[in-house]
Design a protein around this ligand. Structure first.
Ligand code: AMP
Length: 159
């Protein structure tokens, strides 16, 4: 039940200088950072990370977006962390993401607009889709020695 999941703060989040506010959202929910780093990925790494999307029409724009500046990669740990993180992040399209979610509160881009422009939707965050995907993605972004086991004040209440 204790899971690890990958979160990426995409270049729009980093360049809009809202990384701290976003990290606070996860921190408030009691999720534990077990790994964190800033990386400027290249196109090859993008193809590995987005292997499921490489053949899709939107991939070209997605690759341009994810490689345009550094991202902040975080491995979070917690009870059902994959599902909880995706709840906090909200649905993929900011326009339809409800208020209270990160995408709903900090962005508003729509597929209708980005499809016409041939741009990737600016949705601030990537979050692993399910526990199997999370295992693959955490291993792609972090070496085991970069992930840390330690206690937080939440552990005494939650575990
Ligand atoms: P996902 O793996 O489902 O998180 O999707 C990865 C990223 O691909 C999303 O965060 C969007 O940036 C982009 N994406 C997914 N689906 C679409 C779509 N239908 N149109 C445009 N971009 C998309």
């Amino acid at each position: 039940m204790i899971e690890r999941t990958l979160v990426l703060l995409k270049p729009d989040a980093v360049q809009r200088c809202i990384a701290g506010e976003i990290l606070t959202r996860f921190e408030r929910a009691g999720l534990k950072i077990v790994g964190l780093k800033m990386v400027w990925i290249d196109k090859d790494f993008s193809k590995e990370h987005y292997a499921a999307h490489v053949d899709k029409a939107f991939y070209k724009g997605l690759e341009e977006f994810i490689t345009l500046g550094p991202v902040i990669a975080i491995c979070y740990e917690g009870v059902s962390a994959v599902e909880v993180v995706r709840k906090i992040v909200g649905p993929t399209e900011p326009k339809t993401a409800p208020p209270g979610t990160i995408r709903g509160d900090y962005a508003h881009h729509s597929y209708h607009f980005t499809d016409k422009k041939g741009k990737a939707i600016r949705n601030l965050i990537h979050a692993s889709g399910n526990p199997e995907e999370a295992k693959v993605e955490v291993a792609l972004w972090f070496k085991e020695t970069d992930l840390h086991t330690y206690g937080t004040v939440h552990d005494g209440h939650v575990l």
